[in-house]
Ligand binder design. Structure first.
Ligand code: C5P
Length: 295
């Protein structure tokens, strides 16, 4: 299937945890989090159009890494939405996979959120007839935040969302050192006491001020991810060593890491430096959604 003129297209931006604190654990084993999440202007694309039954076509550089069977999160999202409104699920879905999978930047969660938004439109489902946040949460703890697409503080296991203060323009360099790490294993390997909640109310005036706010907050899953995949520490060291990097951290449960830059040219220069040293790593530069694009 090539998307026709009537296809509905929805972008599925990466989600990046600028900081991530583990503040507790529920009796069912899920961890309680405190995180600031942003959505850089890079991601997968979902296209849907009318069809007989459900069909999923995969394209893009990471298409081969996506499970195409019935447990695919995109197909599960379509079936769950259809069941919620008593429809027989029918749609042709095309997923252009540009983000590495199992990498701490949303991936499958972003795709699931995008397909929900696209199918609500394709199937003309009135917003007040479904609890889309509940459907999203049933698909995965990261899916509700991916429905928002703008900077947001996340708590609970990922289902509680609170508006973030206005953020200054900044650019991210994303680095995935080519290893997939298992989210449950990273959570299970975390040791030490739980952190306190630390959302902030102040609006940082520039990227340096934002970096200072993030520096004290960190990512509580980082040590566990580094123990499972030591190359995460190599990627973080490479990011931190680039000129002009204001802050370097791991996103989610890894293995994707990022650095913050005030200017796109600085992020591009850092990408060139790291790419020369590690030609097999996945690297991407993107402004955060809502930030002006320039340079
Ligand atoms: O909800 P999702 O399928 O993305 O979570 C994958 C796994 O990650 C869960 O089964 C759980 O082991 C772990 N997890 C957690 N606490 C969270 C989110 C995920 O322990 N808040």
């Amino acid at each position: 299937m090539t998307a026709g003129p009537r296809a509905i297209r929805v972008e599925a931006p990466a989600k990046v945890n600028l900081y991530l604190r583990v503040v507790g654990r529920r009796p069912d084993g899920y961890h309680l989090l405190d995180s600031l999440v942003v959505f850089p202007a890079i991601g997968d694309t979902v296209e849907v159009e009318a069809g007989e039954g459900l069909a999923l076509e995969l394209a893009g550089p990471f298409a081969a890494s996506v499970p195409a069977g019935d447990d695919n999160l995109v197909l599960r999202a379509a079936r769950m939405l259809a069941a919620a409104v008593n429809l027989a699920p029918s749609a042709q879905i095309r997923l252009v996979k540009r983000l590495p999978v199992a990498s701490g930047i949303g991936g499958g969660s972003a795709d699931a959120a995008a397909v929900l938004r696209a199918l609500v439109r394709l199937w003309h489902i009135p917003a007040d007839t479904i609890d889309i946040a509940a459907i999203a949460l049933a698909l995965g703890a990261d899916v509700p935040m991916c429905l928002t697409g703008h900077p947001v503080f996340v708590s609970g296991i990922g289902e509680r969302l609170a508006a973030a203060p206005p953020l200054p323009p900044f650019w991210l360099l994303l680095v995935n050192p080519g290893v997939a790490v298992s989210t449950p294993s990273v959570f299970a390997g975390r040791t030490g006491p739980f952190s306190d909640l630390a959302p902030f109310a102040a609006a940082p005036t520039d990227a340096s001020a934002l970096a200072r706010l993030l520096a004290g907050r960190g990512n509580d899953l980082r040590a566990s991810a580094e123990a499972l995949a030591p190359v995460v520490a190599v990627a973080l060291a490479a990011l931190a060593a680039t000129p002009k990097a204001l802050y370097a951290q791991m996103s989610g449960s890894g293995a994707t890491c990022f650095a913050i830059f005030a200017q796109p040219a600085e992020a591009e220069a850092a990408r060139a430096l790291i790419g020369a040293e590690h030609p097999d790593w996945w690297l991407a530069v993107a402004p955060v959604a809502g930030s002006p694009v320039s340079g």
